[in-house]
Design a protein around this ligand. Structure first.
Ligand SMILES: Nc1ncnc2c1ncn2[C@@H]1O[C@H](COP(=O)(O)OP(=O)(O)OP(=O)(O)O)[C@@H](O)[C@H]1O
Length: 249
């Protein structure tokens, strides 16, 4: 396996129409680290992931991804951002994860088909291959997306609320899968709202409320004092707020 990717943020500000959603963030997602991004609604968590994949450009500071090309990042957006109406079988959705290896519009042979079936089996979706994605429940759809991630075999994986609106058993199964990816040396970042799961399973945490509150080992970051501070900055994004005039460090 190649070296694990890392991400360096230096005085990073990400904004919408110059109103900052992520404000002066400095720190590193280390190679092979597994980090939760936690914070109140509107704290800039999704925006930070979008910044890492290049969907939102910094208007202050920098983000540097080392050890992976942006096109090689596996990024799972929030479910709400995904269109499930597209007529596609579960098998085809999962097989999209092979895109880097097969290129677009190539038929997949028996060996790769076996890999797709194995990935669906790993997420508990054996027997669902020919179902249309629109007919799946929310949790089954999430499992299918994880099968696609498995096949993508990326070294850098970004997950935006991957366990929202799914039952505890499915969340546990998928969290176990993510834990295995971490064990394989992949670098993983997950936006999560379940503090209990974060404390139990995720070694590193970035707590953010537009401005960074704390970043480091989860037990040091997820203190009552830090969480209270983040709540104090709740809904920090305000379209009437002053534009960010603080010069980059
Ligand atoms: N496309 C956009 N245009 C304008 N403002 C946006 C856009 N996307 C997000 N914002 C604003 O930026 C701020 C940060 O949003 P973001 O989605 O990053 O928050 P979040 O921490 O992921 O929140 P949640 O927990 O509610 O998903 C919010 O106040 C949001 O309203």
């Amino acid at each position: 396996m190649t070296a694990s990717p890392s991400i360096h943020c230096r005085d990073l500000t990400l904004s919408y129409r110059r109103h900052p959603a992520v404000h002066h963030l400095t720190g590193t997602f280390a190679p092979g680290s597994f980090t939760a991004i936690v914070g109140p609604n509107g704290a800039g968590k999704s925006t930070l992931l979008k910044g890492i994949v290049g969907l939102v450009r910094p208007d202050g500071g920098t983000i540097e991804v080392t050890g992976a090309r942006r096109s090689d990042i596996a990024y799972l957006p929030q479910q709400a951002a995904l269109d499930r109406g597209f007529p596609m079988r579960v098998l085809d959705l999962a097989a999209m994860g092979l895109w880097r290896r097969t290129g677009p519009f190539r038929r997949i042979g028996a060996a790769l088909l076996g890999e797709v079936e194995a990935a669906l089996d790993a997420v508990g979706l054996s027997g669902f291959e020919d179902r249309m994605v629109g007919s799946l429940s929310g949790g089954q759809f999430q499992r299918a997306l994880f099968a696609r991630l498995l096949l993508q075999d990326a070294r850098l994986i970004l997950l935006d609320e991957p366990f929202a609106a799914i039952d505890a058993r499915t969340a546990d199964a998928l969290l176990g899968l993510v834990g295995r990816w971490h064990g394989e040396g992949r670098t993983i970042i997950a936006v999560l709202h379940d503090f209990h799961a974060v404390r139990q399973h995720i070694p590193e945490t970035l707590l953010i409320a537009r401005d960074p509150i704390a970043w480091g080992p989860t037990s040091e970051v997820m203190t009552e004092a830090n969480i209270a501070r983040s709540r104090g900055l709740d809904e920090a994004f305000d379209t009437d707020a002053e534009l960010c005039e603080r010069p980059a460090a």
